[in-house]
Design a protein around this ligand. Structure first.
Ligand code: NAP
Length: 293
């Protein structure tokens, strides 16, 4: 079952948008790929590319040493896999379904009880990015499975291992999604603000992209400050940033739009001021998030 030097076959359970993209990547490498989906017709395109259609989940699981699962959620994962624990024993399950660290750990414990090697994963890509530059997949759980099947996993994108605690891939996945959604919310608020004066979103978006791209390299500098715990040396202190955020909240109100998005940052800055940290670097709001009152 070692994939390092051989082209191991794989099974893909779940052929939604993402599962089909995963199976396509395996097929493009010439891997024997067995597929199963609740709605069987979604396998047609893959069968046309050479995939083997399994009639049942059991048949699909029995076909390959590596079973990749990518379905809606963890209850569905258990619904599909639990009755097949015996068949799965001795095989590798790579679960790329999005869930929480607790769900990943619980599934890893279930797998261990049944002699199943378990690797949990988080996909930091959209289906059309799979197997393309920029596709990143995070893994945690069995280091042995990650090492042995690295060649297979690398077909999907860059593979990054986060440790033997099965919950860590999910933790990183959700953390990155948190950064993404916060950025999206910031963009939507900014667009709503200029929209009050008739500026089209399409007109404004390129400016936002340039602005955020120029600012992104500052994040590792923030990281150094956070790791050092020394917020004294930052150029922009809490009082300075608070003045900017207060203006953003004020103009948002004046223009008649919701203030929820900048309001969150304002609340965190207010907390730092109330605790006597107005002269500390603005990154200190990390402490308010990390250690809520
Ligand atoms: P999707 O297109 O909605 O597909 C969902 C899949 O789950 C389908 O194969 C569906 O089967 C199956 N499913 C749902 N309930 C089921 C049940 N009770 N029994 C058996 N199968 C069931 O979603 P997707 O985009 O492929 O996403 C799959 C996973 O990848 C999710 O956990 C998602 O968070 C994760 N993911 C997706 C993206 C993305 O951009 N799409 C990115 C990163 C991670 P049917 O076809 O029969 O309905």
């Amino acid at each position: 079952m070692n994939d390092t030097n051989s082209a191991a076959s794989a099974t893909v359970l779940g052929l939604g948008e993402m599962g089909r993209a995963l199976a396509r990547a395996f097929l493009a490498d010439g891997r024997t790929t067995t597929v199963w989906n609740r709605t069987a017709a979604k396998a047609d395109e893959l069968v046309a590319r050479g995939a083997v259609r399994a009639a049942t989940v059991g048949e699909a699981v029995a076909a390959s040493p590596v079973v990749v699962v990518c379905v809606l959620d963890y209850p569905t994962v258990h619904e599909l896999l639990d009755p097949l624990a015996e068949t799965l024993s001795g095989r590798v399950v790579v679960n790329l379904t999005t869930g929480t660290p607790a769900q990943a750990r619980e599934t890893a414990e279930w797998a261990a009880r049944h002699g199943i090697t378990y690797l949990d994963g988080g996909i930091m890509a959209t289906p059309d990015m799979i197997a393309q530059p920029g596709s990143l997949l995070l893994y945690s759980g069995s280091r042995t499975a990650f090492d042995e099947h690295r060649a297979l996993l690398d077909l999907l994108g860059e593979s990054r291992f986060h440790g033997e605690d099965a919950g860590l891939a999910s933790l990183h996945d959700l953390a990155l999604l948190s950064a993404m959604y916060s950025m999206f919310a910031g963009f939507l608020h900014a667009t709503a603000l200029v929209g009050t004066e008739g500026v089209q979103a399409t007109e404004f978006a390129p400016t936002v992209v340039g602005w955020l791209t120029a600012l992104a390299p500052i994040l590792p500098e923030f990281a150094k400050v956070i790791d050092s715990g020394d917020y004294a040396s930052e150029v922009q202190n809490v009082n300075f940033t608070k003045s900017a955020i207060d203006s953003i909240v004020r103009v948002s109100r004046d223009q008649g739009i919701a203030v929820d998005v900048p309001g969150v940052v304002q609340k965190l800055l207010d907390q730092q001021v109330a605790e006597g940290h107005g002269e500390s670097g603005s990154t200190r709001i990390y402490e308010g998030i990390r250690h809520p009152a």
